[in-house]
Every structure is written in structure tokens, then in C-alpha cells.
Design a protein around this ligand. Structure first.
Ligand code: SF4
Ligand code: SF4
Length: 537
């Protein structure tokens, strides 16, 4: 609970003031309140990534030490992006301010701040676009929704583009399909042109450049960690699983977010992968070079997305694998499905993925040659390739949090539910308007999952927390399952705060608990080393 220290009690946070400020939004300056903003990117990390204007600065100081020609840089940056990204130009032009998105953002619902309405978040940038790039804005100014670019606008961008988790829930409700997450991404890129970013998003990118993963885990440490997992698995199951690393000529390269090697409960999900692959006899390999499936470039700039994604494919080529299998991650899949093919594709040197056990062709991975593990495992279960004993998960009453990216960017909605229902008996859905495409964000994605921003995370986490509490009270739910490493970290304080007693669990942890391995001893505990229900009783 220490990460919640200093955060107001839930009854305080629930006193949300939805009354807009008296003055218009253009005349309401941003306030940097502790607990609601993110610390700036350290200058050493900008240097590692060759980003300009590295310096020490603070959001709460008046002078942000902007470069002399800052305005020219930003306007040039907008012009370049308007010509490069057709979507950006369209999103700047077509909003009719209908307000359909206004109450769909978790940050607005939890804070009551009008600038967290997606429509207004976009206006922060659109108002400058109008002023500088449209005739109406140049002539009519404020009357046409235009305003001058000033240092105060830059400060507002920094605050509100880092109060958006790029979750895309708002876009589901927009009749014009405006994707505010894309506007946030451009806003963040423009800030980086001035050397302004947040450390929690940029440091992982810098570490990825140096070690291949966000957490800076060195190759020998990764190897040791996976071997430790194999030791634990042997203690629990009596079976020694192999840990193939950097194996040339393997059929499949497996990549997963580094959070899974490092922090509970992701570590149990990671043990789940090892158990599943061993039981199948999969000819696969881990990599100490492509040791990160996640891509914090998504929270930084298009250029960084491309640079981080490239290493997965370079490593697949080096090892000579047929295709890539990816673990339980969220934004990794947004990158793969929405950007990879046009950024680094086509990956024609790889084969079209086919399951070696069922013969299923993963048609949706034709271009990227990368398959989501939830599709892979659901397919195995459907073809009766796994011997499962769901009663081993009897102490779990499970609900499922659709992670924003697999749900909205990929449409992976049925596979996780199918897998969960095959490995545990008690499954309950949260209310309909909080799941599937309409899922509510964990409020800690897109680089915002740090401690300094905890109050805003918990405010943004209110809609999800409320839905968890609902099924907890109605059905006795005690586990929140998810298939994203960021979720496995950020949902923990969210549950501790809004629905105490509910624990977070990865899906392959449940799969491995239920999986009956050849030659295993009688299991007395689950992967966490806690008694199975029958032993407990
Ligand atoms: S729903 Fe779409 S068109 Fe309507 S205000 Fe929001 S972004 Fe603009
Ligand atoms: S993308 Fe998500 S966080 Fe960003 S404005 Fe839309 S709903 Fe809010």
C-alpha cells in the first residue's frame, strides 16, 4: 500500500466537481498539482536517444528554458506532420464539437476537469492549427476557436497530453472516427521537439536502446531469471522445463514485455509460458537481444516506435525463425497491428504463421508474421491439445479486464474469455459498457504508470475500479484477469484503492495452474506457492 501513501482517501476523490470554471477554457491556465503530473524526462535519457535540447527543468518553475526559436520549431513540426499524416489533418478539420466523446474519457469522469474531455484535449492543439493554418482562424481568431501559441499553451500540452493514456475509448463513440489518441501522440512528438517529455516514458526507451528491454535487464540477468523460474516450476510440478535462449534455427521466436520477467504477478504469467511451451514440446527460443515485446516508443514518437519495433524483426532474421509469437502485452499489439507493416514491413523473410500442433493458419498475422499468444492458446484448447483441470483454479472467482489495445486495436475479445472459461469455473463479466470495445482504461498506460502521478491514475481508474467493485460485491469476484503487462502493474494499486481484496492475475498463470503436465507430481500449490483450494480445505 506504500505507493498509495499521500493519496487522498477514496471518499475525498469521489467528491468530483463537474462544474466548469467560470472563465472560458482558453483563459484558464494550467495548474501543476502534485500527484497529477509526471516528472520530466532526464536529460541523460534525451542524450542517449539523440533528442534535442536536453536540459534539467521543472514543470512547476516559471521558466521552462525553451530554446530561443521554440515557436518556429513547433509550427514547423505541425506543418510537417500535417503533410505527412493524413489522419492528423483530417482530425484537425472535421470535429463538429457534438460532444459525444465528452463524458467517455476516464480522466474526465474521475477529475471533472473539462480539459480532460477528449474534444477539449484535441482543441488544445486544434486551436493553434486554426490560428496558424486556416484562413478563418487567422482572420477571426478566438471567434473561430483559434488562439496564439504561447509558452502557456506548451505547459497546457505537457499537462494534458500526459493525462491521456492513448486508450482510444473516445474514438469508439465519435461519429466521425476521430482518434484523440493520435492527436495526443502528435502533441507529445511536438513537445519532444523542444526537449520536453516525461521520464517514466522516455527512460524505458533509452534502456531499450542500451540493453534491448525497458527495464535495462542485462542478458545474463535475463538468463538467470528464466532459470530461477524453471527452478520454481520444478519445485511445484516436479518437472524441469527447458529455457532455450538465442537458439538459432528454432521455429518460433517468443517475445514478451520485460515486466513479465521482473515483477509479480507478471512473473507467474512468465512461468505459465514456460510450462505451456514445455508441455507442447514447442521448438522456440527466447532472445536476450529482442528481450522486450513492449514498445514505449508508442508513448514518445512515431520514429521511436519504428526504431524499437525493428529489433524484433532483426532478431527473428538473425535467428532464422519461421515466425514470432508474442506474450500477454497491450501496446506491443497496437504497434504490431497498426504500425509495424508500414514502418518496418513487409516481413517477407518470415513464414506465414501456422500452429505446429493444430495446423491452424493465423491469417490475421499474414503481414506481420506475429501471433498473439491468446489466439495461439485458444486454438490449442479448441483442438483439444491441452489436458486441463480447471478445478485447480477453484478458489478463483474471476472477472476480465479487456486491455485497451488488444480489445480496441486488434479486436481480441473472445479468445481470452474462451481461454479463461476453459481453465476456471467461476467467471463473471463486468457491466457491458465497461468491457470489450468500450473497456475502461487502467489509467496508467502510455507512460503514466508512475508513483508521482498516482492521484490522477486513481481518478482515471475510478470507472474501471467501480466496475470491479460491482462484480466483487455481486458475485464475490476475487481476481481481475488481464493480458497486458502494464495492466498487471497498474491494476494492483487501482484495485487496492477502489476494490480492496481483488487481486490481479495474468491468463497464462491460470492456464499453467490448470495444465496437467506429463510426469508431474501431485501439485500442492499454485504457481504463487499458495495452497490449491482442496489442500486449503
Ligand atoms: S465525438 Fe468526435 S466530432 Fe463529436 S466532439 Fe468528440 S471528437 Fe468531435
Ligand atoms: S484516448 Fe483515452 S485517455 Fe485519451 S482522451 Fe480518449 S478516452 Fe481519454
Amino acid at each position: 500500500m506504500s505507493e498509495l501513501a499521500g493519496v487522498p482517501k477514496p471518499e475525498e476523490l469521489l467528491k468530483i466537481d463537474y462544474q466548469p470554471p467560470r472563465k472560458g477554457w482558453m483563459d484558464t491556465p494550467v495548474k501543476f498539482k502534485p500527484g497529477t503530473y509526471n516528472y520530466p524526462a532526464a536529460s541523460k535519457n534525451l542524450k542517449v536517444l539523440d533528442l534535442p535540447f536536453s536540459r534539467e527543468w521543472s514543470p512547476t518553475e516559471e521558466d521552462w528554458k525553451l530554446p530561443e526559436n521554440w515557436k518556429e520549431i513547433v509550427l514547423k513540426g505541425i506543418a510537417e506532420r500535417l503533410s505527412k499524416y493524413r489522419s492528423f489533418k483530417i482530425f484537425m478539420d472535421i470535429c463538429v464539437r457534438c460532444g459525444a466523446c465528452a463524458d467517455k474519457c476516464h480522466f474526465f469522469l474521475g477529475s471533472g476537469d473539462p480539459k480532460n474531455m477528449p474534444v477539449l484535449r484535441a482543441e488544445l492543439l486544434r486551436s493553434i492549427y486554426r490560428k496558424e493554418f486556416t484562413a478563418a482562424g487567422k482572420v477571426l481568431g478566438k471567434l473561430a476557436g483559434a488562439r496564439e501559441l504561447t509558452p502557456a499553451v506548451i505547459k497546457e500540452w505537457f499537462y494534458y497530453f500526459y493525462q491521456c493514456t492513448e486508450c482510444r475509448r473516445c474514438s469508439v463513440f465519435c461519429p466521425y472516427g476521430i482518434d484523440t489518441a493520435e492527436i495526443t501522440m502528435i502533441g507529445r512528438e511536438l513537445l519532444y521537439l523542444l526537449g520536453l517529455g516525461i521520464n517514466w516514458a522516455l527512460e524505458p526507451v533509452a534502456k531499450c536502446f542500451m540493453t534491448g528491454n525497458h527495464l535495462g535487464i542485462q542478458p545474463h540477468t535475463l538468463k538467470d531469471t528464466l532459470e530461477f523460474f524453471a527452478d520454481d516450476i520444478e519445485d511445484i510440478t516436479g518437472v524441469r522445463v527447458e529455457v532455450p535462449i538465442n537458439k538459432k534455427g528454432a521455429d518460433i521466436l517468443f517475445v514478451t514485455p520485460s515486466g513479465d520477467y521482473f515483477a509479480d504477478p507478471g512473473t507467474y504469467t512468465c512461468m505459465g509460458y514456460l510450462i505451456l511451451f514445455h508441455e507442447l514440446g514447442l521448438n522456440y527460443t527466447w532472445s536476450t537481444y529482442a528481450s522486450e515485446g513492449g514498445n514505449f516508443g508508442l508513448f514518445t514518437s512515431h520514429e521511436m516506435i519504428k526504431r524499437l519495433n525493428a529489433k524484433l524483426y532483426a532478431e527473428a532474421k538473425r535467428l532464422g525463425v519461421k515466425w514470432i509469437l508474442g506474450g500477454e502485452c497491450g501496446h506491443m499489439w497496437r504497434v504490431i497491428h497498426q504500425y509495424m507493416d508500414t514502418m518496418n514491413g513487409p516481413a517477407d523473410f518470415l513464414e506465414e504463421p501456422v500452429s505446429p500442433f493444430t495446423g491452424t493458419k493465423f491469417e490475421n498475422a499474414k503481414a506481420t508474421k506475429m501471433v498473439h499468444i491468446m489466439e495461439f492458446t485458444a486454438d490449442l484448447i479448441k483442438h483439444n491439445k491441452l489436458k486441463l483441470d480447471p478445478s485447480r483454479n477453484d478458489k478463483l472467482k474471476v472477472t476480465f479486464h479487456d486491455s485497451c489495445n488488444p480489445a480496441r486495436a486488434m479486436g481480441i475479445l473472445e479468445e481470452p474469455r474462451y481461454v479463461i472459461k476453459n481453465v476456471c469455473k467461476d467467471f463473471y463479466e463486468m457491466p457491458e459498457n465497461t468491457i470489450r470495445e468500450k473497456t475502461f482504461c487502467c489509467a496508467g498506460g502510455a507512460g503514466l504508470g508512475n508513483d508521482e502521478n498516482m492521484e490522477m491514475r486513481l481518478r482515471g481508474g475510478l470507472p474501471r475500479g467501480n466496475a470491479v467493485k460491482y462484480v466483487q460485491e455481486k458475485h464475490g469476484v476475487n481476481r481481475l484477469a488481464c493480458m497486458c503487462a502494464i495492466d498487471r502493474a497498474t491494476l494492483i494499486p487501482l484495485c487496492d484503492y477502489w476494490a480492496p481484496g481483488v487481486q490481479v492475475i495474468g491468463i497464462h498463470e491460470m492456464v499453467a495452474n490448470a495444465l496437467m503436465m506429463k510426469g508431474e507430481k501431485e501439485r500442492k500449490t499454485d504457481l504463487r506457492g499458495e495452497p490449491l483450494k482442496e489442500v486449503e480445505e
